[in-house]
Design a protein. Structure first.
Length: 684
């Protein structure tokens, strides 16, 4: 069958238009604030073989893993699917993300022929489990994270499976909202079914399906051409997830070997830390989808997303590791694994296409949950807050501040104060960009968001599932790190921090207490001493950068009216550049040490060198060649190390695009103690 280009585009855009109408339907009919106001949901159209055919402004982290869910549903139920059947699932182990993301898969038939699956994946504010909002920062098994739903028929030939629905809703907080969100997803899929039948009536089923095939093929060809432009080779990077095993901090290694061969790409995560009984694991579907999102965003961002773009890409995620979790380990950290996989892709690709990448994005989806029972309204309540962080800076511009990252689509990232205060016993006291939170660079990383929320009910509990409270977002090409995430409580003039930063489970919050949450900043791009001093002065006047940071990080001296003192600035920048601590690299066999679960990179320095750099044992440091992304390592003071050298292995040198003898900068990453930063800002 031959289809002319105009007809192909009309049909392609027609399917995308259906998805947009699905989204509008969900927004207008859902019950949860997180869905109808903040848009934490996604829609898509899928082929019977599970390929994503069309999506619009949806959340990539929802849509891109959905083919695994559709495939799992078909493997289980595909032999007995009929018109009027509707499949419900949230199981991470069969292609889901985390338990809160509940998926509706809706078969659409043309006569007896199954032609499409409209699907909706929506974040339900609560699906049961050990804490209000279900996402606990200290869950040790998936059963503590809520009700796990394998692919089941929630409707069969148009009739609800009422028994199954009753069981599910009986194990969820605020069940009336959950039912409303389910009905919204169903309504959305019914709209899609109607529009698909209208297109088939006008153009014919065979013509429509041929257009889908051609659209997928042209997306594949476009991506293959992008990959073919890269030099063949294997490019590596490594990053860390954060956990507290028996209360002791331990970083979990996530290494990537990214191999380009012709027009194909292989992302291999062999060597990733084993899964742990702590919420830092996620699924193979999320890992693969994160690779796809990074590649699509970097190389082919303008064209519509469908499965064709991902055909040239293979992903290896070892089973029972943090990137391919197996039962019964918790799987709530899909946002954290996703952003860390994207970070490793950015780190690897910065060695090949530095002009196309940005500094690391904000490390975490930053799941904040506050909930309890409101005695005044005599009802349960759950608030889900994900204050957006900073995006990484890129060659052309500063990173966007408090803005959706590439894996978030059009998710609302600054939730409405008015809606929160109307629906919950909460008062949003402040919402602002956090000064000095973006990584310094020639272009600056995006700023994080800080929000203070007063609780106006007794018996509330607060939970936080996040990452990046210790290891921040990195910069590239000499750019510096953004600020780490943080959270604390304020009550009657006192500040209470948490013993496991970034991980909180059901902490009591008194009536009148204030929960202060602060997302992470984005990494910088390029040398901060090369930033236009006028831009630094503007940042200071806007409240984005403090005078102290302008002086210490950017080498810019400002006069009493905020004007740049050019002569003093030039002299200061020269001094700061000369004062950077660097040592020549020497090759070593191994730069790692083992922990209780995983291993971490270490930087061994002679005591004299450590003292000269102002570093202490166990400091988290960056090793940077300024040619790509930096390495993170934990400092070890070792008298057996040759003075005036920094030992580093072959893999580390490859990541840094360095060779033995090259001088590598070594700098400290000071772990941010959020309450201290908060008080310092108040004083300023």
């Amino acid at each position: 069958m031959s289809i002319d280009p105009i007809t192909l585009e009309v049909l392609t855009q027609g399917l995308i238009s259906i998805v947009r109408e699905m989204r509008a339907t969900v927004c207008r009919t859902a019950s949860s604030v997180a869905i109808y106001d903040a848009k934490d949901f996604s829609c898509g159209l899928f082929a019977p073989d599970s390929q994503v055919v069309a999506q619009s402004e949806d959340i990539g982290s929802h849509v891109v893993p959905l083919p695994w869910s559709v495939r799992s549903a078909m493997d289980k139920l595909g032999g007995d699917i009929a018109p009027g059947d509707v499949i419900l699932s949230n199981d991470p182990y069969t292609g889901g993300t985390h338990l809160n993301d509940v998926t509706i898969i809706f078969p659409v038939f043309a006569g007896d022929r199954l032609i499409f699956f409209p699907a909706v994946r929506a974040h339900w504010a609560d699906v049961g489990g050990m804490v209000p909002g279900s996402m606990s920062g200290k869950a040790t098994e998936i059963y503590q994270e809520g009700v796990r739903i394998p692919p089941i028929k929630i409707q069969e030939r148009g009739r609800f499976n009422q028994a199954a629905l009753d069981i599910l809703l009986s194990n969820m907080r605020v069940p009336e909202e959950r039912l409303g969100d389910l009905e919204a997803s169903l309504a959305s899929c019914r709209v899609a079914e109607k529009r698909i039948h209208e297109i088939c009536a006008r153009w014919g089923v065979d013509t429509l399906l041929e257009a889908v095939r051609l659209d997928l093929d042209r997306s594949e060809a476009r991506m293959r051409a992008c990959i073919a432009d890269l030099p063949d080779g294997t490019y590596r990077y490594e990053d860390y997830l954060e956990t507290y095993m028996d209360g002791t901090f331990e970083p979990l290694l996530l290494p990537l070997a990214l191999t380009v061969t012709g027009d194909r790409m292989l992302a291999d995560f062999t060597g990733a830390s084993p899964q742990v009984p702590f919420p830092v694991n996620s699924t193979a579907a999320v890992t693969a989808a994160s690779v796809f999102i990074a590649v699509k965003s970097i190389f082919d961002p303008a064209a519509p997303l469908n499965q064709g773009s991902f055909r040239p890409i293979e992903v290896i995620a070892p089973p029972a590791s943090i990137v391919n979790v197996q039962r019964p380990a918790p799987a709530g950290s899909h946002g954290e694994i996703r952003k860390r996989v994207i970070a490793t892709m950015v780190g690897a690709l910065s060695q090949v296409v530095p002009d196309l990448v940005a500094g690391d994005l904000c490390r975490t989806s930053f799941h904040n949950l506050i909930g309890g029972y409101d005695a005044k309204r005599q009802r349960e309540w759950v608030h889900y807050e994900w204050s957006a962080g900073g995006n990484g800076a890129f060659r052309e511009s500063d990173g966007p501040s408090a803005m959706a990252t590439i894996d978030w689509g059009d998710l609302v990232t600054v939730q409405s104060t008015e809606v929160i205060e109307t629906r919950m016993p909460l008062m949003v006291e402040t919402s602002r960009l956090a000064i000095d939170s973006g990584g310094a660079g020639t272009t600056r990383g995006g700023l994080s968001m800080q929000r203070s929320i007063k609780v106006l009910a007794s018996g509330a509990r607060y939970s936080l599932l996040s990452d990046g409270a210790v290891v921040p977002a990195f910069g590239v090409l000499g750019g510096l790190s953004g600020v780490q995430v943080g959270a604390w409580l304020e009550s009657d003039g006192t500040i209470e921090s948490f013993d496991t930063p970034g991980k909180v489970a059901g902490h009591p919050v008194g009536d009148g207490s204030v929960v202060v949450i602060r997302s992470a900043g984005g990494g910088g791009y390029g040398d901060p001493l090369q930033r236009d001093p006028a831009h630094v002065a503007e940042d200071v006047s806007e409240g984005y950068v403090s005078r102290q940071a302008a002086h210490d990080l950017y080498g810019v001296v400002l006069g009493p009216k905020g004007e740049v003192d050019r002569r003093t600035t030039n002299a200061l920048r020269k001094r700061l550049g000369e004062a950077r601590f660097s040592l020549p690299a020497v090759l070593t066999a191994d730069s790692y040490e083992s922990g209780a679960v995983s291993k971490r990179r270490v930087c061994r320095l002679h005591p004299k060198d450590a003292a000269a750099a102002g570093l202490q044992a166990d400091d988290l440091v960056e090793i940077d060649s300024r040619r790509a992304a930096p390495l993170r390592a934990w400092l070890r003071i070792d008298p057996s190390t040759a003075p005036g050298t920094v030992p580093i292995d072959d893999a580390g040198l490859a990541i840094l695009k360095a060779t033995p003898g090259d001088r590598l900068e070594i700098r400290s990453i000071a772990t941010v103690v959020m309450p201290q930063i908060r008080l310092a800002e108040a004083a300023e």
